[in-house]
Design a protein around this ligand. Structure first.
Ligand code: NAP
Length: 308
């Protein structure tokens, strides 16, 4: 009987229960066995250092997160063991909602009306149509692609930038580093949904902000390490950007006293854009376990060379 060890920090009992329901014939563990018995699968978020390397007989690491840069950076997962990142419908639905909410709030001037209300000021602003706004989405993967499609269906003029430039209906695709400047040129809204890798770290800085439309809005739902914080603050302070919705930060929780907390043009949320939902996430992981055991290729295995 194969064993699966769940290390979820939040609500481990629920995770274990769901695995027991959906994966009968497997032993579901909430603690590592002390007697050296083999454990084929481990489900991890941010595991304690040394944990993964110490598991005998490990076959697959199943990540609770879509972003796995911490697992790759730690060098914890031995080279031959596949890491499967989290891709599931619940996560995607959450991200689509969150980006849509930010996009529409800025597009329809809700942040500015909230400020005007605080001053008791009645002052209608010019209201544009969605089709008059250019939105550039960085990343066209499990999250970026559905976000881009939905924004296009809402009528926005959507551009999508990725490594390969895979086409997404109703949007204009841009492929590779050479096309980044074109992809962001004149954009009213910039949405970041890239994975954090050696190629994408610090990608969003002055050069990108300079090319956006004047007074653009920046939405970061991917990772804090993509953004040069000082460049973001400078762009907000001199009006190149009119606002930013930030869900992710270089250091989380965002440290007390960080300039983002009290900045009047920044909306801070505590890494909640797309939380992992146990019901849908377990179903996705069980599907991959079944594939693995049937000798079929698993889905969403991390390509360690690319870093995502
Ligand atoms: P994914 O499916 O791996 O997609 C990544 C996309 O980024 C792909 O389109 C890929 O291009 C593109 N890309 C990667 N490296 C690139 C480069 N150097 N230049 C241009 N494009 C590049 O990832 P995902 O599932 O959509 O997740 C994206 C990220 O969202 C995660 O890594 C995580 O950091 C973040 N996230 C945040 C939350 C939250 O709550 N805030 C929740 C979940 C995930 P190709 O299509 O050509 O491969």
């Amino acid at each position: 009987m194969r064993r699966l060890f769940v290390t979820a920090r939040a609500n481990p009992k629920l995770w274990a229960e769901l695995f027991r329901e959906q994966l009968p014939g497997h032993e579901i563990l909430e603690e590592m066995p002390a007697d050296g018995r083999s454990v084929a699968y481990v489900v991890v978020g941010r595991p304690r250092p040394g944990l993964i390397g110490s598991i005998p007989g490990l076959e697959v690491v199943l990540s609770l997160n879509a972003g796995v840069e911490h697992l790759l950076a730690s060098g914890e997962v031995p080279a031959g063991i596949p890491i499967v990142r989290m891709v599931d419908d619940g996560l995607t639905e959450g991200m689509v909602d969150w980006v849509l909410a930010q996009t529409l709030a800025w597009h329809r001037n809700l942040f500015r009306y909230r400020d005007q209300q605080a001053e008791g000021r009645w002052a209608p602003l010019p209201e544009k149509l969605a089709r008059e706004r250019v939105v550039t989405v960085l990343g066209a993967g499990a999250l970026g692609a559905p976000v881009a499609s939905l924004l296009a269906r809402f009528g926005f003029a959507v551009r999508v930038w990725s490594r390969s430039g895979s086409p997404i209906d109703g949007t204009t695709g841009y492929a590779g580093r050479d096309r980044l400047a074109d992809a962001v040129a004149g954009a009213d809204i910039l949405v970041n949904l890239l994975p954090l890798t050696g190629d994408t770290a610090d990608l969003i800085g002055q050069a990108v902000f300079d090319r956006l439309a004047s007074g653009a809005f920046f939405i970061n739902a991917a990772r804090g390490g993509h953004v040069v914080d000082a460049d973001l603050l400078a762009a907000l302070d001199d009006g190149r950007l009119s606002g930013a919705a930030l869900d992710v930060f270089r250091e989380e929780p965002l440290p007390d006293g960080h300039a983002f907390w009290r900045h009047p043009k920044i909306l801070v949320s505590p890494h909640v854009a797309a939380p992992t939902h146990p019901q849908t996430a377990v179903a996705a992981m069980v599907d991959n376990i079944r594939r693995h055991e049937a000798g079929q290729p698993m889905q969403h295995v991390v390509d360690r060379r690319r870093g995502y």
